[in-house]
Design a protein around this ligand. Sequence first.
Ligand code: AMP
Length: 279
Amino acid sequence: MIISKHIADITSIIENQRNSGRKIGFVPTMGALHEGHISLISKSVQETDFTVSSIFVNPAQFNNKADLDKYPVTTGKDIEMLEAAGCDLLFLPSADEIYPADFQKKQYDVGYLETILEGKYRTGHFQGVCQVVDRLLSIIHCDVLFLGQKDYQQCMVIARMIELTGYPLKLNIVPTVRENSGLAMSSRNMRLSATEKETAAEIYQTLEILKKNLKKGALNELKQKGFDYLTNKGFEVDYVELTDDRLRELNDWDGELNVVALIAASLNNIRLIDNMTIH
Ligand code: AMP
């Protein structure tokens, strides 16, 4: 695996690969890698000819400075995992490389996605996500961008940003990788104690409860049941929501539409999110 911190190296390596007719796959990450990230790398290795990954903890998408300061950094281990998974090129930029002094911030019109769920609880978060992914895609000319379904709303926001900017690439959304307990793998799980990790698996249990109890008609009672279940387990719950597959809130279900259940809840100030398509 080639590793570089510099845009000039990265673009020249990728242009060489493109000129040789190779299909480029790209997996952006914030590091502290786990098997969830690696499943995206493996998918890219399977489906493209040259896999590029990046590790950059993007300050622009953290609305909470303490969360940014506590974000785990495990670069040495990340490099080993990427290498073992068959990643070809790793971009490890500094903040100055991504946001030079003359960097022009854009505003992305992602519509209702910005004011619901994660958008509502993390003001400015998705503008920061669009900004960094746009910047990375302007450097890494890929054919396929791999994203995790774990961040359902983020996938939709990035799809919208790509539509707005016109990058000629395909999005490949990879299913969520879970621990045996059902807990969705996340870099934030590293901050949980062993007991908290056990409790955190209740988020998955709640998704299962929502799935099992989904019935045609009014949904408010079911959402409240999920909310109360997690609160009783010691979570500070931001939302337990049921939506259609475009993330439009569902209060009444016709028994036909696809239904996505989404949860955001904190345990000891560590904020976790998860989702599941339940119909
Ligand atoms: P992050 O490092 O958290 O920015 O995540 C980088 C990419 O990995 C994003 O596309 C995430 O959605 C994806 N990802 C994170 N956790 C998982 C998981 N448990 N399963 C699948 N993909 C994941």
